[in-house]
Write a protein that binds this ligand. Structure first.
Ligand code: 15L
Length: 294
């Protein structure tokens, strides 16, 4: 049975993949946060993406890497750079030094988020990142191309839309991928014998898709799900959004400077909650003193 390393395994996609791939592979999970409890066939290696040594330990002896780790939304360059630029380099480099040939990279729709919603794009279009986060994903794809051409690594880049049991809003109707379709795509990335360097879109067979996913279909991807079954109920409760976000595929990433990190470390979460409380208290104090002056 193959051993697969999943980086960033404590995150949402990691959780879906662990359930779907259980019994098919030995799963080595890595993250900076501990993962407990572990299921049968799983092991855990703590890894900080900025430490090459951690990734050398994590990638030793595996058959493939599924690199999900990193900062998962738009943020400060000081957060994106170590996690998604340095971290991505370390993951590729550690795999290369350990002779791991197969590398699946979790790229994102945000590498091409500045294409308009009235366009259909395929895997050949030029990147058009909508954020620092998107730029880092484009960097990961370029690094993958280098490692494929220069070192013969077999690299499978998945421009993932949004993985969830159900789409969250109108935009996600076009980019949604169900957990089982995501798992199917990952299995293709691990097993397909002819992968050299590929870009595919990580989306279900959505009727409203903005992607021509021909390259994934060529490799045997047969999505089981289509977001359309959720469309009517979802659109009935949808509120109109910012016109800039509505124009582009990347949505709010095109204008947001920061999006709240869905997976901060517990200490960071405590710090930001404290900051919110402090800001809240300061605002209240200003309002009270203004009211008093009146
Ligand atoms: C992504 O790439 C993010 O990792 C995820 O958190 C979502 O924001 C998703 O894109 C999306 O576009 O909905």
């Amino acid at each position: 049975m193959k051993t697969i390393l999943i980086t960033g395994a404590a995150g949402g996609i990691g959780g879906h993949l662990r359930r779907a791939l259980a019994g098919k592979y030995k799963l080595r999970l890595s993250d900076r946060r501990p993962i407990k409890p572990l299921a049968k066939g799983e092991s855990f290696v703590r890894a900080e993406l900025t430490r090459l040594g951690d990734l050398l330990r994590a990638t030793k002896g595996v058959d493939a890497v599924v690199h999900l780790g990193g900062y998962s939304v738009e943020g400060r360059w000081e957060d994106i750079h170590p996690a998604n630029i340095v971290g991505c380099y370390n993951a590729f480099e550690a795999a290369r030094r350990n002779g791991v040939k197969r590398f699946l990279f979790a790229s994102s729709n945000h590498a091409v988020g500045y294409y308009r919603r009235d366009e259909v794009i395929d895997h050949r279009v030029m990147v058009r990142p909508d954020s620092r986060y998107g730029v880092a994903k484009a960097f990961g794809e370029a690094l993958g191309r280098l490692y494929a051409d220069k070192y013969g690594m077999q690299v499978f880049c998945m421009r993932i839309g949004n993985v969830n049991p159900a789409p969250l809003d109108k935009r996600r109707l076009s980019i949604w991928i169900s957990p089982r379709d995501m798992a199917q795509l990952v299995e293709i990335g691990i097993e397909h014998p002819e992968i050299r360097f590929e870009i595919v879109y990580g989306v279900s067979g959505n009727a409203r898709s903005w992607y021509d996913n021909e390259n994934a279909f060529r490799l045997g991807y047969l999505p089981q799900d289509d977001s359309e079954v959720f469309a009517q109920a979802l659109l009935a409760r949808e509120q109109p959004g910012d016109p800039r976000a509505e124009t582009y595929q990347g949505g709010v990433f095109v204008h947001a400077e920061m999006i709240e990190n869905p997976a901060p470390l517990p200490t960071a979460r405590r710090r930001s909650a404290k900051k919110r409380r402090t800001v809240g208290t300061a605002k209240k104090a200003t309002a009270v003193s203004k009211a008093k002056k009146k």
